[in-house]
Design a protein around this ligand. Structure first.
Ligand code: NAD
Length: 283
């Protein structure tokens, strides 16, 4: 592995998944979040996920214990200094990401790579916040990270080719497939996927069918493995809303306006699986 010490910023849905696969691959991981409670929650999600893999016979107990032992948690960014690669997977918000990337870029060693797992924010825009844009790249994992084989690599205008090549080698060594995608809102997959999910929410809001029937329709009629509303719950409705807002602003096209029902559910704190309730209940 060309990059062996990994920092992950954000211990939520994506951050803890990324930390998990890196640790299982034998890498040293430091996972940073804003509080002891959020890093503890992320670590307990990883422990639960590894336990499930052991129960399914996909991982042995010794490898689970070794993977967990390779993950350190922290609330201080200074713990990221030794990292060869830092992957930012914090809340989908431009100002939060700008400030995290600026602070991290300042402290990383020369030769380290800084990546963001953003779903929709321009890599070139984020790169403008840091002093070393040549070592910065979009590294977009899919949810759930341990199961989904794809990673989109998104070089910004000033990303170096060496950074892209090292990132691609890293993704390959994790056993995932990288595709290189142009820096455009939503990159390739979310540009297609998120408007489809948003349309499913409009259909629900318009009373076209029930949530269960909309999902059954897309599974049985289009051979999708999961319905769009269940997928929205998995992604997180707040994250989906942020993505649609970026699309609406950056494309300047009203066809990307978020469904009002999506806004309402987010305002009510119904964020999907992570809050126990979204279009469906997980309690
Ligand atoms: N959820 C998905 O399906 C999905 C898929 C691909 C990419 N993404 C992207 O991954 C990123 C994270 O999304 P998520 O779904 O894991 O969100 P999440 O809400 O589950 O977790 C975000 C985490 O970031 C932490 N955080 C916020 N500010 C921070 C800071 N300053 N320093 C450290 N940690 C901070 C929060 O406390 C939280 O634990 C977003 O950019 C999102 O667009 C999400």
């Amino acid at each position: 592995m060309n990059l062996s010490t990994i920092g992950v910023i954000g211990a939520g849905t994506m951050g803890n998944g990324i930390a998990q696969i890196c640790a299982v691959a034998g890498l040293q991981v430091t996972m940073v979040d804003v509080s002891d409670a959020t890093v503890a929650r992320g670590l307990s999600t990883i422990a639960g996920s590894l336990d499930r893999l052991v129960k399914k016979g996909k991982l042995n107990a010794a490898d689970r214990d070794a993977a967990l032992a390779r993950i350190r948690t922290a609330t201080e960014y200074v713990q990221l200094v030794p990292a060869d690669l830092v992957i930012e997977a914090a809340t989908e918000n431009l100002e939060i990401k700008r400030s995290i990337l600026q602070r991290t870029d300042e402290m990383l060693r020369p030769g380290s790579i800084l990546a963001t797992n953003t779903s929709s924010i321009s890599i070139t825009t984020l790169a403008a916040a840091i002093a070393h844009p040549e070592r910065f790249i979009g590294m977009h994992f899919f949810n759930p990270v341990p199961l989904m084989p794809l990673v989109e690599l998104i070089p910004g205008l000033r990303t170096g080719e060496a950074t892209r090549a090292r990132a691609a080698e890293f993704i390959g060594a994790l056993g995932k497939t990288a595709i290189t995608v142009k820096n455009a809102p939503g990159f390739a997959v979310n540009r297609i996927l998120c408007p489809m999910i948003n349309e499913a929410i409009f259909a629900l809001q318009d009373g076209v069918a029930s949530a269960a029937d909309i999902d059954a329709g897309m599974k049985l009629g289009c051979n999708h493995p999961i319905g769009p509303l269940a997928l929205a719950d998995l992604i997180g409705l707040d994250t989906l809303l942020s993505i649609m807002e970026v699309f609406q602003r950056d494309f300047g096209d009203p066809k990307y306006r978020p469904a009002p029902l999506l806004r309402e559910l987010v305002a009510a704190g119904r964020l999907g699986r992570k809050s126990g309730q979204g279009f469906f209940s997980y309690r």
